[in-house]
Structures are given as C-alpha cells and as structure tokens.
Design a protein around this ligand. Structure first.
Ligand SMILES: Nc1ncnc2c1ncn2[C@@H]1O[C@H](COP(=O)(O)OP(=O)(O)O)[C@@H](O)[C@H]1O
Ligand SMILES: O=C(OP(=O)(O)O)[C@H](O)COP(=O)(O)O
Length: 392
C-alpha cells in the first residue's frame, strides 16, 4: 500500500506538492485551466489543515534554459484567482532566496516555485537537485498525474529524501483509469486518434486484447488506410507505420476485437482552414491531398459502434479540430462519448481541450489530466511517479 495524503500529518508542516500546471497557453493567457482546477482539492485541503503549501511544476520543455515564455507566473496569478487567496511566487525553485520566501509563510499559505525544468537536473532526476528540493519541505505529495510517466527529480527522486504520498488528483486518476483497465464493464471500446502516432501505436497492441471495439481516427488512421492499399496523398504518415498497422489488423483478429478505421475522409489541398476541401472515400484520395478529418460515413459508423458500449476510453482527436473545417469528426465523437450511459474516460491535452470546447466535458465520467501518462497507465505499466510513492 502506498502512502496517500490522508495518511500524513500535515498540520504545521512544510509540504511540497508536485503539480502539473503545464497548461495550454497563448500569449501568456491560459486557454484551458483544467490541470490547475484539478489540483485545487489537494491544495485547499492542505491550506485548511494549516500546512505551508509549496507547489512545484514544469511548464513546456525549456531543457534547462530560463525561457521567459515558459514562466509559471501566469499560473500563480490564475491559481490565486481560483482560490480567492494570495499565492506567492519565487523566480527559482531551489536556493537561499526560495528558502527565505518559504520561511516567511504561515500555515495555510501557498507559494508556487518557478518552472522546475529551468534546471536540467529536474528531467535528469539528478540526486543532488532532488535533495535540494526535498530540503524545502517535511513531506512531499505527488498530485501531478500528467507527468507521472517521467522519471523526474520532483516526481521520483525527491522520495529518496522525504516521504512522498499521493494527492487527491493522483488517487482519482488511478481509481478512474484503474477501473477501465482492470475491471471494465463490457463491452469496451477504445478510440485512439491524434498526431503522436509512434507514441500510441504500442498502446493499441496492448489494448486490443482488452477491448471489444477499437476505433482509429486522426493522424493515427492514415497508417491503417495505407495498410489497406489506399493512397494517402500528403497525409501525415511516418516510415514503418504502415507495416505496424498491418500487424495490428492481424492482432485484432487474433484478439477478437472489432477494429474500425475511417471509410471516408475530409481531405484538403493545404494544412489550413482556408484550404479547398472535399469528402472522399478512402479508396479515392489523390496525390496532392491530405486527410485532415474523418468523413460523415465514418462518423456514423463510429457513432453506431459506440452506442452499445459500457466502457469507452478516448485518446486523441479524429481530425485537426483546432480548425473549424476539420472539427466535425472530433465533435461527433465527443457527442457520442457524452451521450453514452457507460463509463467514459477522455485523456490527453488536446482531446480534453476538444471536449471542453464542445461544452460536453461534464457528461464524461472521467477527464484525465494526463495524455502520455494515461496511455502508459492504460498499457498496464506502473508509472514511475506512482512506483516512487512511499510505502504506508
Ligand atoms: N489527420 C490528422 N492529421 C494531422 N494532425 C492531426 C490529424 N488528426 C488530428 N491531428 C492533430 O492531433 C493533435 C492531437 O494529437 P495528440 O497530441 O496525440 O492528442 P492528445 O493531446 O489528446 O493526446 C491535434 O493538434 C490535432 O490537430
Ligand atoms: O503535457 C503533458 O503531457 P501530455 O501532452 O502527454 O498530456 C505533461 O505535462 C508532461 O509533459 P512532457 O510530455 O513534456 O513530459
């Protein structure tokens, strides 16, 4: 059994909380605050208990450089607004100035440290950096599910120096995703789309034996369309993916899973909302065109397949939904997932943004704050940030 937030005495203690405030941002303005809101139950609980709350997060991938556009300052401001309480901010995450800022805080007060990845040692899980972070606090809480698949100093290494317990968000993610992985009500469907094709293709293989229906859309579908011998024109497709898709078709047969791929597509002559577009069957894609969404027949096929499902896991949009011309497929899936009376889970930064944009997020059983993390969890892997929690 791992230590959880309820098991630790936090009153009057300094508590380091690893959060994932890596939120979508445009020109310094947060465009989707799901990840910040998701961390509030832990933060508020610790405040009420009288702990000194020290929040640490990464933002983007600055690779050890102090990239100003990757500061967490806007997140401190936004968190203060959400809490209705001041949130202190320090321009570093370790060192004397940070220690002095923390020393000024009373129980129930909150401070957000600057981007942990301004130090390359964070991603490298450098023991000395982990030790310096640990020295700021008496106990650590991991509430950063979205980064729990990374062996980082603040996610894993810190637990070598102070006890680390799971926060409420981490617990919630483990419970919700665990229900879908280990004991799902059948029939089960997984919907996989998006653009991170190489990251997700292994997930398909591991999920096939666990699902009744596997729906493939988005950039991921191109490999399967190519594997059927169809031309995919200028669509996103990496070397070797067609062969992997061919293998997966066989694996689906062996597993007895129904594998559904698009039968028609919205194609465009450029990657732009101003492009010329047309709807074609996948057999009829011409050289200079690219697939940017699933077509109406595919929307119907996928929607019908989802109706009898009792568990649905969705990761990755069906098309380039950020552009209105290519959003219909993703919106149709969002609607089908929202209308399901089964257990529904949507994970991944863009998929969550898409379902938030469609206004249907509150009809989903569980919105996961992790993209890569939820996928690795669904693969059945133990995430490093969970493995590192202190034994109770
Ligand atoms: N057919 C496609 N071609 C290119 N990009 C696509 C296609 N379909 C979806 N995408 C893009 O995939 C991205 C999301 O992919 P990904 O990061 O894997 O999903 P998530 O963040 O939900 O895990 C979106 O930006 C979307 O525009
Ligand atoms: O945004 C994140 O992951 P996601 O895009 O897979 O949801 C997490 O904050 C992890 O970030 P990283 O993939 O740079 O380690």
């Amino acid at each position: 059994m791992k230590l959880t937030i309820n098991d630790v005495q936090v009153a009057g203690k300094k508590v380091f909380v690893r959060v994932d405030f890596n939120v979508p941002m445009k020109d310094g303005v947060i465009t989707d605050d799901t990840r910040i809101r998701a961390a509030i139950p832990t933060i508020q609980y610790l405040m009420e208990q009288g702990a000194v709350v020290i929040l640490g997060s990464h933002f983007g991938r600055p690779k050890g450089d102090r990239k100003p556009e990757m500061t967490l300052a806007p997140c401190a401001k936004h968190l203060a607004e959400l809490l209705g309480k001041p949130v202190a901010f320090t321009d570093d995450c370790i060192g004397e100035a940070v220690e002095a800022a923390i020393a000024k805080l009373k129980g129930g007060e909150v401070i957000l440290l600057e981007n942990l990845r301004y130090h390359i040692e964070e991603e490298k899980n450098e023991p000395n950096f982990a030790k310096q972070l640990a020295s700021l606090a008496d106990v650590a809480i991991n509430d950063a599910f979205g980064v729990s698949h990374r062996k980082a100093a603040s996610v894993v290494g810190i637990a070598d120096y102070i006890p680390m317990a799971a926060g409420f968000l981490l617990k919630k993610e483990i419970e919700a995703l665990g229900a879908a992985v280990y004991n799902p009500e059948k029939p089960v469907a997984a919907i996989i789309g998006g653009a991170k094709v190489s990251d997700k293709i292994s997930v398909i293989s591991n999920l096939l034996p666990k699902v009744d229906v596997m729906i493939i859309g988005g950039g991921m579908a191109n490999a399967f369309i190519a594997a059927q011998g169809c031309n995919v024109g200028k669509s996103l497709l990496e070397e070797g993916q067609k062969d992997v898709a061919t293998d997966l078709v066989m694996e689906a047969r062996v597993a007895g899973a129904r594998l559904l791929t698009p039968i028609d597509a919205v194609v465009a002559d450029a990657f732009s909302n101003e492009a010329n577009t047309k709807i074609v069957d996948v057999e009829n894609i011409e050289d200079d065109w690219m697939i940017l969404d699933i077509g109406p027949k595919s929307r119907e096929l996928f929607g019908d397949a989802l109706k009898p499902m009792k568990t649905i896991i969705w990761n990755g949009p069906m098309g380039v939904f950020e552009m209105d011309k290519f959003a219909a497929g993703t919106n149709a899936i969002a609607k089908a997932v929202a209308e399901s009376d089964g257990l529904t889970i949507v994970g991944g930064g863009d998929s969550v943004a898409a379902i938030e944009k469609s206004g249907l997020a509150d009809q989903v059983s569980h919105i996961s704050t992790g993209g890569g993390a939820s996928l690795e969890f669904l693969e059945g892997k133990e995430l490093p940030g969970i493995a590192a929690l202190t034994e109770a």
